[in-house]
Design a protein around this ligand. Structure first.
Ligand code: 4AZ
Length: 273
């Protein structure tokens, strides 16, 4: 039962569509005007490293099969969330999803701009912990290279971009309202790096996960309103031009007192060596 609830809070849109209301902790939705939630539309040219993960066989063609986000950190290397590669999401292990692709250079999912590139190999962090959500990252190797300007640098441990209060931007094609309204085009929201203590008290351990400062990053707005949401998982959180987080989990979207939880990129750097 516990595992079921973890997935219910941290799942991308495929399962979101099957459930109408998710019971959540005592927390109220903030005035979320719109997007990622609380964000604004952007052209992918402003963040060319932001990619969509797609399988039309699994998720249908209405949104080009988009089900998660990802971020290019090398010309053939894309990071995403480990939970995006779960069999529960994909219906099979990722190497058995023949049309698993990365869509790059496409703001509007239904346009034909940019490229769709096949995933040649998938590596899921073996230390990913489904109970806490710690270590929520996977590495995809692409069959063909992306343009060299479509790659973002990862912020290592000690990088000033991790400082509390730093302004950061999260990108994705996910839910813009928290009620299952998926974006057809890329959106971004501005948030700030929050103290680990905020997420430690918001997420001491519950159905959604447990905050771990070594492997996770806390970001959002104190008042709520601006946040990542379902369908954004695996996508980038960028500060000072460097990648600091991957969208991972949280209670609801944009709720007061429930910041977004991101995979801490310095832990990915450390793991990948
Ligand atoms: C999800 O289910 C999800 N508000 C991603 C991010 C957040 C919540 C849920 C953070 O993919």
């Amino acid at each position: 039962m516990r595992r079921r609830l973890v997935r219910a809070l941290a799942r991308p849109l495929v399962l979101a569509a099957a459930t109408t209301v998710i019971p959540m902790a005592a927390s109220a939705p903030a005035a979320a005007d719109s997007i990622v939630v609380g964000g604004f539309p952007v052209d992918v040219g402003e963040s060319p490293w932001t990619v969509a993960l797609s399988s039309r066989d699994r998720f249908g063609g209405t949104r080009a099969g988009q089900f998660c986000g990802g971020v290019a950190v090398g010309r053939t290397t894309v990071l995403t969330a480990a939970h995006c590669m779960d069999e529960e999401i994909l219906g099979a292990s990722p190497d058995r999803v023949p049309d698993l692709r990365v869509i790059a250079g496409r703001t509007d999912l239904l346009s034909d701009r940019g490229q769709e590139i096949a995933v040649r190999d998938t590596w899921v962090n073996p230390d990913y912990d489904r109970v806490t959500n710690s270590g929520d990252f996977a590495v995809l190797t692409l069959a063909e290279p992306l343009p060299s300007d479509s790659v973002i640098a990862m912020a290592g441990a000690g990088d000033s971009a991790y400082r509390v209060g730093t302004r950061a931007t999260v990108y994705g094609w996910g839910d813009t309202t928290g009620a299952g309204t998926y974006a057809g085009s890329l959106h971004a929201a501005r948030v700030r790096v929050q103290p680990d203590t905020l997420c430690e008290s918001a997420y001491p351990g519950g159905p959604g996960g447990a905050y771990r400062a070594e492997t996770m990053l806390c970001a959002g707005e104190i008042a709520g309103g601006r946040d990542a949401c379902q369908g954004d998982s695996g996508g980038p959180l960028v500060a000072q031009g460097r990648l600091i987080g991957l969208v991972s989990w949280g209670a609801g979207c944009g709720w007061t007192g429930s910041p977004g939880v991101y995979t801490r990129v310095s832990d990915i750097v450390r793991t990948l060596g």
